[in-house]
Write a protein that binds this ligand. Structure first.
Ligand code: F6R
Length: 241
């Protein structure tokens, strides 16, 4: 694993965006795996800057990791909305195609299959990941068993509490999500895991330095041959670098 520690999330975001740029400019049909959440915002800011400075993204396909069950794409807390707000609408040229799971599909099992087919037909060149304080990647929550493909997941109380900061009432926080599975994530050719802040220091240590454990889903990344971990000094504090 290549671990890089930056002074600020903004410096880290510029580095991550330049890794994405390299993939975009070196492939005819690049497929980029995207994430939502606070951590990836500096990456999207830096990508938008690159596009404003001439990076062509018109041939790019994107696949997001997850979406809440029960929130329509027009719900301000949906991940569809997040992606439009923080990336898609800020990039002048539309990308070739952007995909997220549909959290209001009438048949969620069929929706998971549709998303698995999409991933099969669009192998991901580089996958962007944040990490939950409980070690989740996508919404693959800590458990005795991890699921390989796209599936509906019951969010843990810890994740629901963390997500509550974005909702006006805790009762409004969705209890379920559709997420890409662990195998789909590990099949990406390249992976970038980002984490910033003191509150991520313990889980970064467990994910990278302890053994592989299903109750720390991010530790599965130790099995992948091309992972870059992008941190700030706070999240890297326990690594002894
Ligand atoms: C979001 C996602 C989650 C987040 C994680 C960290 O699409 O897949 O795994 O990356 O919950 O969230 P933040 O960045 O808000 O700390």
């Amino acid at each position: 694993m290549n671990i890089r520690v930056f002074r600020t999330p903004s410096d880290a975001g510029i580095y991550a965006a330049s890794m994405v740029e390299r993939v975009i400019t070196s492939s005819e049909r690049p497929v980029i795996g995207l994430a939502t959440g606070e951590t990836v915002l500096p990456v999207y800011d830096a990508l938008v800057n690159l596009v404003r400075c001439g990076l062509d993204v018109s041939h790019v396909t994107t696949l997001n990791l997850d979406e809440y069950v029960g929130l329509s794409p027009n719900h301000p807390q949906s991940y569809h909305w997040f992606m439009r707000e923080h990336l898609f609408s800020r990039i002048g040229t539309p990308m070739q195609a952007t995909h997220l799971p549909n959290g209001v599909a009438p048949d969620l099992e069929a929706e998971c299959e549709r998303y698995n087919d999409l991933i099969r037909n669009h192998p991901i060149d580089i996958q962007l990941l944040g990490i939950g304080v409980n070690g989740h990647i996508g919404f693959n929550e800590p458990s005795h068993t991890l699921i390989t493909g796209t599936h509906v997941v019951n969010l843990t109380p810890e994740t629901i509490n963390m997500n509550a900061r974005f909702f006006s009432r805790k009762d409004d926080v969705p209890r379920q999500a559709i997420t890409m599975g662990i195998q789909s994530i590990l099949q990406a050719k390249q992976i970038m895991l980002l984490a910033f802040g003191e509150h991520k220091a313990d889980i970064i240590y467990e994910a990278l330095k302890d053994g592989i454990r299903t109750d720390v889903p991010a530790s599965m990344l130790q099995l992948h041959k091309d992972v870059t971990v992008i941190l700030d000094s706070h999240s890297a504090a326990r690594l002894g670098l």
